[in-house]
Ligand binder design. Structure first.
Ligand code: SF4
Length: 243
């Protein structure tokens, strides 16, 4: 491990061998694995939970929530999991709940979104060079996926990262941060999560960390709009600097 650029940027020596290595050689990818399956039932607890919700809330999406946004993104935003009355209801990440308010307002402010609000999948919102996904695609009870569920769903995130090869990834919270590292085959202990931390886990991919923009974090001001904008300002500088 060594530091690069400034003290906040961590570089994985394991992922940076002496010579330049093609990105696809660093991350193992099962070529038969899809990046998303709307019919996935690999996690029995989550599938049963969603089946219950489809009965109690017939109008809700209550299925795995697909990623949303640009198919060739400069920035991939990785959240934790769908929220009960947000993505789990509308079928689009961070759409229709409190966590999406700050996220989409900030994406719009930094030129990643066509509008500042995300209310429903037919609201006309277009993401520009940005895509949003979740570490876990199904709503977990109490918003807490089990470690086994995070590991199972990691196959989709691995496929996304491999197929999209985004130059910047924003991890919202520790679970998303660790899921990204797992999907990249990096040792999690080498890249500790911290709000504002920046890591280079593999060539051509910079990982930015932020506290999750959840209702709890924003209402307790653990994460303020200014703090969140600082993260995005750094991402924008990085992406613009790459040309
Ligand atoms: S959380 Fe992921 S792996 Fe588990 S059932 Fe949902 S889509 Fe499948």
């Amino acid at each position: 491990m060594e530091w690069r650029h400034d003290r906040r940027v961590r570089l994985c020596r394991k992922a940076f061998p002496r010579s330049s290595v093609p990105v696809q050689a660093v991350t193992r990818r099962d070529p038969s694995a899809p990046a998303f399956s709307a019919d996935c039932r690999l996690c029995p607890r989550l599938s049963a939970h969603l089946a219950d919700i489809r009965e109690s809330h017939p109008g809700y999406h209550a299925r795995p929530v697909p990623p949303f946004g640009d198919p060739r993104p400069g920035l991939l935003v990785v959240g934790l999991a769908p929220g009960m009355h947000g993505a789990n209801r509308t079928g689009r990440p961070f759409t229709g709940d409190h966590a999406g308010i700050l996220l989409y307002e900030t994406l719009h402010r930094f030129g990643f979104g066509s509008q500042a609000e995300a209310l429903s999948p037919d609201d006309g919102l277009v993401l520009k060079s940005c895509r949003i996904t979740n570490a876990v695609k199904c709503l977990p009870p109490a918003n807490k996926p089990l470690p086994a569920e995070i590991r199972t769903c990691n196959a989709y995130l691995r496929a996304e990262l491999h197929d999209l090869a985004p130059p910047a990834v924003l991890a919202l919270g520790t679970v998303a941060h660790q899921a990204v590292l797992r999907a990249l085959d990096c040792r999690i202990a080498e890249f500790p999560f911290a709000h504002g931390a920046i890591h280079d886990p593999r060539p051509g991919l910079r990982l930015f960390d932020s506290y999750h923009c959840s209702r709890y974090n924003t209402q307790t001001r653990r994460l303020t709009p200014e703090m969140f904008r600082d993260i995005f300002a750094g991402i924008r500088r990085y992406l613009d600097g790459r040309g």
